[in-house]
Design a protein around this ligand. Structure first.
Ligand SMILES: [Zn+2]
Length: 117
């Protein structure tokens, strides 16, 4: 994906993807970066960690530090509020997919009718 495309669209996709996984099980940064790469998103630590912190600040994720192999590892999981936000985002996503990916027959123009002169 081009840098511009990533900047414009992918921040939201990545946040949603993170929230989805964190609602299923605790996740940690490196593992999540690998998961995102598997889906074609090249998201580095400099992008992912600020997103995780942002989602935590919003009350959607909680952080728990555990020691794994002598190193501290931060696990993130969705709060009940995060799960609710995910459900709302899913409904919006479903609606968007319905139009953008299944646009057959095409959605009528959004232009209002020309005023009659
Ligand atoms: Zn995934």
């Amino acid at each position: 994906m081009s840098e511009l495309l990533t900047k414009i669209f992918c921040g939201g996709f990545v946040r949603l993807h993170v929230l989805y996984h964190a609602a299923r099980e605790p996740i940690f940064g490196i593992e999540m970066m690998e998961e995102l790469r598997r889906h074609g998103y090249d998201v580095g630590a400099g992008t992912l960690y600020p997103m995780l912190h942002q989602l935590a600040d919003a009350g959607y994720l909680v952080v728990q530090t555990e020691v794994v192999g002598g190193k501290q590892r931060k696990y993130y999981r969705a709060t009940p509020e995060g799960s609710r936000a995910l459900d709302e985002a899913k409904a919006k996503l479903r609606e968007l997919v319905k139009e953008v990916l299944h646009d057959d027959p095409p959605t009528p123009s959004i232009h209002r009718q020309e005023p009659t002169k």
